[in-house]
Design a protein around this ligand. Structure first.
Ligand code: KIV
Length: 287
């Protein structure tokens, strides 16, 4: 699938938008899943801080560190050939100052092999977005449900369900575009208001759980494959594979075959020349 595909970048994503072709995107945190996602033809891949939950077993995204994100990013970058790679700035990597935001964003590019960074928030983080963009780094904004603000938001919920919330989301979205963001991600919103925000902006607007009136869709790898080990099951997270069940069944079969002696079978044994074996047995005997 990768063969013959051109490298995706900001220009290519803008072209998809102008042609009305929705971009497909997924998260990845390791080398094999990056290879699979790229081979499957994803237009962009997010090294999400959701990796803290999907890969490391944290209860939410707050404990994820820059070092963990860079380790995910480096592995993913090794596996990606054509998708545009975006690194997700973890909690407290951009909130403290413009300087630390620019420095941490630059690490995603210089060390992590990413081509852009994503950060959560609207008007409150526009100074950070501008500083990062001024340093020559493309930024994706992220509005709606922003999991790093779980302390303020008081849990996961759907955003933009009333006029007050919509007005505030629209103001944030316009400010994020004005600050220089190259694209925007909306999370957990009803279809129509998300589409209205998309129509009010000129940059590509993507969604995760924000309906179908957008410039493309993002899903979490572990939701798609059914391998998320946790108790959050968002309504929008369509499962394309019963991964957890299939993997557990496979491992159960392996363990059962070891116990029964069915594994290893003849096919899994390394051969040895009869003369060489006879020589070893002659010298050492056979127990
Ligand atoms: O970390 C992540 O995967 C994200 C998505 C939920 C948007 O930020």
């Amino acid at each position: 699938m990768t063969a013959g595909r051109k490298k995706m970048n900001l220009g290519a994503l803008r072209q998809l938008k102008s042609k009305g072709i929705p971009a497909s995107a997924i998260t990845a945190y390791d080398y094999p899943s990056a290879v699979f996602a790229d081979e499957a033809g994803m237009d962009w891949i997010l090294v999400g801080d959701s990796g803290g939950m999907t890969m490391l077993g944290y209860k939410n995204t707050l404990p994820v560190t820059m070092d963990e994100m860079l380790q995910f990013s480096k592995a993913v970058a090794r596996g990606v050939k054509t998708a545009m790679l975006i690194g997700d700035m973890p909690f407290m990597s951009y909130q403290l100052s413009n300087e630390s935001a620019v420095l941490n964003a630059s690490r995603f590019l210089a060390e992590g092999g990413c081509e852009a960074v994503k950060l959560e928030g609207g008007i409150a983080v526009c100074g950070r977005i501008k500083a990062i963009v001024d340093a020559g780094i493309a930024v994706m904004g992220h509005l709606g449900l922003t999991p790093q603000s779980i302390s303020l938001q008081g849990g996961y919920k759907v955003y933009g369900k009333n006029l007050k919330e919509y007005d505030s989301l629209l103001a944030d979205a316009m400010a994020v575009e004005e600050a220089g963001a190259s694209f925007l991600l909306l999370e957990a919103m009803p279809d129509e208001p998300a589409g209205m925000i998309r129509d009010a902006l000129s940059i590509p607007v993507y969604g995760i759980g924000a309906g179908g009136k957008l410039d493309g869709q993002l899903l979490i790898m572990h939701d798609v494959l059914g391998t998320f080990v946790g108790d959050i099951e968002p309504k929008f997270a369509k499962r394309y594979l019963e991964g957890r069940r299939l993997i557990t069944e496979a491992l159960r079969s392996y363990a059962a075959e070891v116990r029964s002696g069915a594994f290893p079978a003849k096919d899994h044994l390394y051969p040895i020349a009869p003369e060489a074996l006879a020589e070893i047995v002659a010298k050492h005997g056979k127990k």
